[in-house]
Design a binder for this molecule. Structure first.
Ligand code: SF4
Length: 384
């Protein structure tokens, strides 16, 4: 990537967005996380939370438009007749800076979606956020979908009228980290929110008409609290009835406070097989009308996806299929997934891939063909 030059337009972007917003225009409306204490999170550790002024954000939106117009111009210059997709592809191959890359990716995907960063956009005054959303839509009218992250604690404090105002301004979806519905676990992880607040916030967002995606962390209960984690999370989700439930699997790095809890033995991680058992219990207990998604790279069984309640049996059948494998085949699948050879259970029947995984197992084991859990965690964490 060409490095940033002062004369080249540039706007600020935060570090993350949900997987489903990979092609969205990224507009940073606040910096970092105002809570920043969750034990399992490393994203903003060491960074101070800051609100940005509406003027600052508007300036970034104007810069995004300047870059978009420049790409349009390129399209004419290179004989694409103003077609943005082709010009965007050229820019993607050699972007001037990260902002160009983001705009080109966004235009390549159709230029319809924007994601407001960072961790808790709802913390802005509602009137200011409404102003930003309206300005964004007016300046870049191809945008018809605007989404953002929010904390339940903050969403619970907004009135229903405020959320409706945001919805009417153009806020289409909120992504909320539920993580768990089990109060002792939420407290232990220092999530700063209770199950009751999760429910109050979620129900209010749903009532406002803003689409809601709730994130759950599989394995968050470890070996001790997995059962309560699964059942209470399902109970909370059933009360909220979000549009989407997205699961990802606990992964731990040494930038997270949870790392030292594991090192000193206070938290014992669940194995992949135990997490599958937990996921089965969670799905069995879900009685909501939500779309369940497990597309995150950390999830062992990414194929578990579908609409609830109609696809519940299909999703549970994938789990049964994994659990009915012999211990050797389960290990083969786990290692194959964690080194990136397999994508789904069907891949087990590919004899070439299967043999490659067996070779990896021989390399990773101490001659007994058994791969330690610690090694599996390290392999998984190499993806994040
Ligand atoms: S609220 Fe979200 S971003 Fe903030 S520390 Fe917790 S998980 Fe991380």
């Amino acid at each position: 990537m060409v490095t940033k030059e002062t004369t080249v337009p540039f706007f600020e972007m935060g570090p993350i967005r949900p997987p489903s917003e990979a092609h969205s225009l990224l507009i940073r409306v606040t910096r970092n996380c105002p809570w920043n204490r969750c034990q399992f999170c490393r994203t903003y550790k060491g960074q101070k939370f800051q609100l940005r002024t509406v003027d600052e954000i508007k300036q970034d939106i104007k810069t995004a438009k300047t870059i978009q117009d420049g790409i349009k111009e390129l399209s004419w210059q290179f004989g694409y007749g103003g077609k943005l997709r082709e010009a965007a592809r050229m820019v993607l191959n050699n972007p001037f800076n990260e902002a160009y890359y983001n705009i080109a990716l966004w235009l390549y995907a159709g230029g319809e979606s924007a994601f407001l960063q960072d961790a808790n956009t709802l913390i802005m005054k509602t009137s200011e956020l409404v102003e930003v959303i309206r300005f964004l839509k007016k300046t870049l009218p191809s945008i018809n979908r605007i989404t953002s992250y929010a904390r339940s604690k903050t969403a619970a404090k907004k009135t229903l009228d405020e959320l409706i105002e945001l919805k009417n301004a153009g806020l289409s979806r909120l992504h909320i980290g539920l993580e768990s519905g089990y109060d002792p676990l939420l407290q232990y992880m220092d999530k700063g929110v209770t199950a009751a607040e999760h429910i109050a916030a979620g129900k209010k967002v749903v009532a406002s008409g803003i689409s809601l995606c709730e994130y759950v962390i599989l394995g968050l209960g470890g070996k001790v609290m997995w059962q309560e984690h699964a059942t209470e999370t399902a109970r909370v989700l059933n009360k909220i009835n979000p549009d989407f439930i997205r699961v990802r699997t606990l992964s731990v790095t040494n930038q997270m406070p949870l790392y030292s809890e594991i090192e000193n033995g206070n938290f014992v991680r669940a194995t992949d097989e135990e997490i599958v058992k937990e996921e089965k219990l969670l799905i069995e207990k879900l009685e909501c009308h939500s779309h369940f998604v497990s597309d995150h790279i950390t999830n062992l069984l990414q194929e578990i996806e579908g609409g609830l309640p109609q696809d519940k049996e299909k999703m549970l059948a994938s789990i049964d299929r994994f659990q009915s494998l012999s211990p050797e085949e389960r290990q083969n699948f786990i290692v194959g997934r964690r080194v990136g050879i397999y994508r789904q259970l069907d891949d087990l029947s590919d004899s070439r891939q299967h043999e490659r995984v067996e070779q990896v197992i021989r390399q990773l084991s101490q001659g007994d063909n058994h791969v330690e859990e610690k090694t599996i965690y390290t392999l998984m964490e190499s993806f994040i």
